[in-house]
Design a protein around this ligand. Structure first.
Ligand code: AMP
Length: 302
């Protein structure tokens, strides 16, 4: 089993109430790959510029992450900057310098075309479909998107969603995509567009999943120290897909466990800037926290 991920590998400049990190490793594909690599080999497709250094590349080394699809283009690496509010629940984008990402046309290496699990990071929905055209019959296709594409490229996005099994978005995106304020109605409308599972991320309030079996809710792990929420969603997706591909099996039970594994990985990502915490993470820590999630929600009905 292997997972193909297509998305951004970036420099991030992030300010939170607890400090600032300048030009550190970020990007949706970076967070996703490192999280998923705890479970299965990952085939990464992205682009960086000629300023992308050995220090950043080292994050992917010594892990089962195949970098043969990491294109190096003439120019600068994508650079995103964001600033978080005091409660970390909202953030403003300070700038988005697309740089080499602007003309990114994902080329899937021949060896990656048989990947059984595919994660389409948050890129132009037409490019997401282009990726699907280049792969052979994947078992599970998951996809992320954002308001920018929902408001600007809705018809393209709908064509992509028709070919997606799992959509991961946040609650405001779900409302905008469906035109429904109520989240249950929004989920029904979005699932009618294609995805059999819809995962709605609500930051520190956890995750809601809708499938044919109904809804499943998972809290976010209550942490004392949250440093930087950047990448939490992509790390969630990496843990979720990694678990499904590596240990999951089929069915609603597997999806539910994958939701908890995604929440587990995301809870570590936010404990430090950039990928710092994920890069020091051990399998034992992952297993321990996964088990703690059971205690968090367990109760006896008398
Ligand atoms: P998240 O916090 O899960 O929304 O993901 C944040 C990551 O997404 C950061 O590391 C950014 O580098 C990356 N990012 C931000 N804006 C974009 C964009 N327009 N396209 C692709 N990646 C982006």
């Amino acid at each position: 089993m292997s997972i193909l991920v297509v998305g951004s590998v970036a420099y991030d400049t992030v300010e939170t109430p607890f400090g600032k990190a300048e030009r550190v490793l970020g990007g949706s594909a970076s967070f996703f790959s490192v999280a998923a690599s705890f479970f299965v080999p990952v085939n990464l497709v992205a682009v960086v510029g000629n300023d992308f250094g050995e220090k950043e590349l080292a994050a992917f080394k010594d892990r089962p992450i195949d970098l043969s699809g990491l294109e190096r283009a003439e120019g600068k690496t994508f650079h995103w900057s964001g600033k978080y509010s005091y409660d970390l629940n909202s953030r403003d984008t300070i700038f988005t310098d697309l740089n080499v990402f602007e003309s990114f046309r994902p080329k899937i290496p021949a060896a990656f075309k048989k990947s059984e699990y595919v994660f389409l990071g948050n890129i132009d929905p037409a490019l997401q479909r282009d990726v699907l055209d280049q792969v052979e019959k994947p078992k599970v296709v998951a996809c992320d998107t954002m308001n920018f594409w929902i408001s600007g490229r809705l018809e393209e996005l709908k064509k992509t969603l028709a070919r997606v099994d799992v959509l991961l978005i946040n609650d405001s995106e779900a409302r905008e995509l469906s035109g429904e304020w109520n989240i249950v109605k929004a989920a029904r409308a979005i699932r009618a567009m294609g995805p059999r599972a819809l995962v709605i991320k609500k930051g520190e309030h956890g995750v809601l999943m809708f499938t044919t079996h109904g809804a499943f809710a998972a809290p976010a792990y209550p942490l004392e120290d949250v440093f930087d929420p950047t990448g939490a969603g992509d790390t969630f997706a990496g843990g979720f897909m990694g678990y499904l591909a590596g240990r999951g099996g089929e069915g609603d039970g597997a999806l539910r466990r994958a939701i908890i594994m995604g929440s587990t990985l995301a809870s570590f990502a936010v404990e430090a800037f950039s990928l710092d915490r994920l890069l020091r993470l051990t399998r034992e820590e992952i297993e321990q926290r996964f088990q703690l999630f059971r205690q968090l929600t367990h109760f006896e009905a008398l």
